[in-house]
Design a protein around this ligand. Structure first.
Ligand SMILES: *Cc1c(COP(=O)(O)O)cnc(C)c1O
Length: 381
């Protein structure tokens, strides 16, 4: 089955009781049993729910994995993965990763004796230097947030495999339409389904896809034991969002390419970070491991001033000033004061995260309107 068919059909059967084409929202907490222990496969809704099961089957197919497990948010999904570890274990992670993932590792799991190291993995070979006997998990995000650096998934997985270390790729920024890390050797793939999978900025949701039945079963046990499950309506919204994933991401990528080209040519704009440019240091790898270059673009201003950035951020009409990404609507954000405010300025500047850096999540609107919107906001400078 090709991707555009999978998003609509994989794992999804018309409802057996009514023939409903769309998977119903099974809003129930429990299921009747004919006699003790005799039931239709469903006992209690923390453990199983048919709306969630349909979504999980669909997600496993999209990521070419064996098992998919859904959670109440992307961070709840990450929390479940970290629960696979034990006190004394170490995690090696990319250094410019999602702020909430950084927080979970460095606060909550630190107190349980799990150590995290943050490393620039844009050259995968440096990984060897950081691996120790205690390393149990490698955490990759690509493209990274907000600098849009690219990590070579295949190279990282090859090194990890040689040491028997598990690799998880947070595939939120790319979506399975653009990139399927399991095909490149990853053991686990995580999504904040709040972003591209849901796609309509109307739900918070997360999932983990595993390439290994046993690993999937351990995660399934943790899902039931710890209980961070999503409600059936949230699963329905993600299922519905996924049906147009390929159309939305395809259009958003096209728009992002045009927006990035416009920005590069603008006299007030400094550096534009977009992996689709030939001179982007990760361009070749992105081209090899992604089907297109994504719809996230970040840029700073020639005059690196927060107040100038603020003028741009407050003057767009279609680009809404908000956290998050991956919805049909375009969003604009300021990492230094929003998503990455907790990182000291010196650390931020080291990775190029300047005061004037602006992050765009390019949506699926008409691109002419989007470019005109940025043009008039930049004209205020
Ligand atoms: C948003 C996001 C998360 C966290 O997901 P939630 O659904 O907000 O919990 C994790 N990783 C990345 C890359 C994200 O963008």
């Amino acid at each position: 089955m090709k991707f555009g068919t999978k998003v609509i059909h994989a794992g999804i059967e018309p409802d057996p009781t009514s023939g409903a084409v769309m998977t119903p929202i099974y809003q129930t907490s429990t299921y009747v049993q004919a006699e003790p222990g005799v039931h239709k496969g469903y006992e209690y809704a923390r453990t199983q729910n048919p709306t969630r099961s349909a979504l999980e089957a669909n997600l496993a197919a999209l990521e070419n994995g064996k098992t998919a497990i859904c959670y109440a948010s992307g961070l709840a999904a990450m929390d479940a993965i970290l629960k696979l570890l034990e006190s004394g274990d170490e995690v090696i992670s990319v250094n410019d990763l999602y702020g909430g993932s950084y927080r979970l590792m460095t606060t909550v799991y630190k107190q349980f004796g799990i150590k995290s190291k943050f490393v620039d993995l844009s050259d995968a070979k440096v990984l060897e230097k950081h691996i120790s006997k205690k390393t149990k998990l490698i955490w990759v995000e690509t493209p990274t947030n907000p600098m849009l650096n690219i990590v070579d998934i295949k190279a990282v997985c090859a090194i990890a495999k040689a040491h028997g270390i598990m690799v998880c790729v947070d595939n939120t920024f790319a979506s399975p339409y653009l990139q399927t890390p399991i095909d490149l050797g990853a053991d686990l793939v995580l999504h904040s389904a709040t972003k591209y999978l849901g796609g309509h900025s109307d739900v918070v949701h997360g999932c983990v896809i595993s390439n290994d039945e046993e690993l999937g079963q351990r995660l399934r046990f943790i899902q039931n034991a710890a209980g961070g499950v999503p409600g059936p309506q949230d699963c329905f919204l993600v299922l519905r969002g996924i049906k147009t994933l390929h159309l939305r991401v395809e259009r958003a990528c096209k728009n992002a390419k045009k927006v990035a080209k416009f920005l590069v040519a603008h006299p007030k704009v400094g550096r534009v970070n977009y992996p689709g440019f030939k001179d982007h240091p990760g361009h070749k790898i992105a081209k090899a491991q992604m089907r297109d270059f994504g719809a996230m673009v970040s840029f700073d201003l020639k005059k690196d001033s927060y107040s100038d950035a603020k003028k741009v951020l407050s003057n767009t009409n279609f680009f809404l000033l908000a956290e998050s990404l991956g919805g049909v609507e375009s969003l604009i954000g300021h990492p230094a004061s929003m998503t990455h405010a907790s990182i000291p300025k010196k650390e931020r500047l080291k990775v190029g995260l300047t005061d004037s850096l602006i992050r765009l999540s390019v949506g699926v609107e008409d691109v002419d309107d989007l470019i005109q919107d940025l043009e008039q906001a930049l004209a205020n400078l």
